[in-house]
Design a protein around this ligand. Structure first.
Ligand code: TYD
Length: 202
């Protein structure tokens, strides 16, 4: 039986999810919950090396290779960090997970969505988040927040990010019970309160 909870945060670059996941972590810790704040790609150990390649490798990377590297990171992360923490009864808060691969490599890079979903299931042994907070941001705000100092993924262009955003919206439409869509145009405080409401309901 599962004891802890698994909550993921998703959205395009610059959507503000890192701010929100940190606020939620603080809120839950203040209430006495045992939490684990983690991320993909590259939580720690082997993952940090995969992250370095994924975000900073300066040569040709095929879309399939990119997908497999994100999935390799995910398999390692789920097996070695996420599942043990859930088993210990922790509330695991994860900055990006399976939906990012569907949105970025599926909708963004144009790989087959069903194949990506299947590979996600292999990587996670079908572990599903109890709740996914999806922060929606418009492309102009996203680009402004990312700024000039872009990593490899952030350098993929406006059309790519439009497809990623549409992909995330489609994911929310297909799985409304798990994925809760929140506009990132509201204030940090209002967004935080809405997230707390959703998490308290769990
Ligand atoms: P990161 O610096 O963690 O970005 P953010 O702060 O926006 O989360 O970089 C992760 C990048 O990798 C981001 O551009 C999204 C991308 N990504 C994928 O393309 N596929 C994936 O499966 C994951 C987990 C991330």
């Amino acid at each position: 039986m599962r004891e802890g909870l698994f909550i993921t945060f998703e959205g395009a670059d610059g959507c503000g999810k890192t701010t929100q996941i940190e606020l939620l972590d603080k809120y839950l810790k203040n209430k006495g919950y045992n939490t684990l704040l983690t991320r993909e790609p590259g939580a720690k150990g082997l993952g940090t090396q995969l992250r370095e390649i994924l975000l900073h490798y300066d040569g040709e990377v095929s879309s399939k290779c990119e997908s497999f590297l994100f999935l390799a990171d995910r398999a390692q992360h789920v097996d070695c960090i996420v599942k043990p923490a859930i088993k210990e009864g922790k509330i695991v808060l994860c900055d990006r997970h399976t939906d990012s691969t569907v949105a970025y490599q599926g909708y963004g890079r144009g790989l087959d969505i069903n194949e990506i979903k299947h590979l996600n299931n292999i990587a996670t042994s079908s572990l599903k988040p109890d709740l996914t907070i999806l922060l929606d941001v418009d492309i102009e705000t996203s680009m402004k927040r990312v700024g000039k100092d872009k990593d490899r993924m952030e350098s993929s262009g406006k059309d790519f990010f439009n497809r990623v955003r549409e992909g995330f919206l489609k994911i929310a439409e297909l799985e409304p019970d798990r994925v809760k869509l929140i506009s990132s145009s509201d204030t940090i405080e209002n967004i935080h309160n809405r997230i707390v409401e959703l998490v308290e309901a769990l």
